[in-house]
Design a protein around this ligand. Structure first.
Ligand SMILES: Nc1nc2c(ncn2[C@@H]2O[C@H](COP(=O)(O)OP(=O)(O)O)[C@@H](O)[C@H]2O)c(=O)[nH]1
Ligand SMILES: [Mg+2]
Length: 288
């Protein structure tokens, strides 16, 4: 349930303003991080936009474990379909321009029913309106820029134009809001918090980097042991620790002790940039 007053949430108007935006759109484009398809979904996603056609975009495919991702893709829309709204999901990398046409094609398909309903009412055809939503850092702005492409530059080049959110035509029949929908804050389980911290999806001020790196290393030992072995040559997997990373890389503090803070930050950066390998930390359920 949305909070009724400001007391239970730091942003009492977040639900309201998002719901206001969603009222105006024909399609919700939900962005999730392909390295954590479930953990990066807002806990109230279905309640917030379950009554609209939804396109689920799993971003950062280039950093994700495709084998696991391919298990997730068909699952992501099952609950949406249960709301009897058309839904589809696909993964992509916003680092390449590939798949832009595919996204637009799927967006058109998902809004087909709406367009024919408008036509039946005798209304003039209008472009379908879409908004991009998702948690921080999943790739919303990247997706918006990726979809808008050159037309965005055109708008920005006009001198002296200050403006609020605008609809940008990304296809003759699709308009996109040029700012993402703002999702209300949520609380997460320990497990989800760890994954979100590891993948840099929650602010660094909200957790202890060294602690997250230690837990992350342990998680990786279980899920991707060979990555850890390659990353830390010569270490026994069971015992591999931040201290070992500091030793291997000769990270020492001024006092000559092992610099585990630096080891933690290096490990997190390498993990996030895909230097350990392509990872997807959420496990897809075996049975639908
Ligand atoms: N490798 C990779 N990085 C991405 C991709 N999409 C977004 N990013 C990066 O993820 C970070 C957050 O993206 P941003 O669009 O600002 O996320 P937002 O907070 O949801 O708007 C940025 O550093 C992007 O460059 C992707 O498909 N692949
Ligand atoms: Mg952004």
């Amino acid at each position: 349930m949305p909070p009724k007053s400001g007391r239970s949430s730091g942003h009492p108007s977040a639900y309201k303003s998002l719901q206001e935006t969603i009222k105006w759109v024909d399609l919700v484009i939900e962005v999730l991080d392909a390295r954590a398809p479930l953990s990066s979904r807002h806990p109230n996603a279905h309640e917030i936009f379950g009554h609209k056609p939804r396109l689920v975009v799993l971003s950062k495919e280039d950093l994700a474990d495709m084998a696991k991702l391919n298990e997730w893709i068909p699952i992501m829309t099952v609950q949406d379909a249960a709301a009897e709204m058309p839904a589809a999901s696909l993964s992509l990398s916003l680092k390449t321009q590939k798949n832009r046409d595919k996204i637009l094609h799927v967006a058109l398909k998902l809004t087909e029913a709406k367009r024919s309903a408008l036509a039946k009412k005798g209304l003039l055809p209008r472009p379908m309106r879409a908004v991009v939503v998702g948690m921080p850092n999943v790739g919303k702005s990247s997706l918006i820029n990726w979809l808008i492409g050159k037309s965005k530059a055109k708008v920005a080049n006009k001198p002296g134009v200050t403006r609020g959110p605008q609809w940008v035509r990304v296809h003759p029949q699709i308009e996109l809001l040029d700012t993402p929908g703002f999702l209300p804050p949520a609380s997460f389980s320990e497990d989800v918090r760890l994954k979100l911290s590891l993948l840099n999806l929650i602010p660094e001020t909200t957790y202890d980097a060294e602690e997250v790196a230690r837990h992350g290393l342990n998680l990786l030992k279980k899920v991707y042991p060979s990555m850890v072995e390659q990353y830390m040559p010569g270490c026994e997997l069971e015992l591999a620790s931040l201290e070992d990373i500091a030793t291997i890389r000769h990270f020492l503090t001024h006092g000559g002790k092992l610099d585990t803070a630096r080891a933690a930050s290096t490990f997190l950066t390498d993990l996030r940039n895909g230097r350990l390998g392509k990872i997807t930390l959420d496990r897809a359920p075996q049975v639908l």
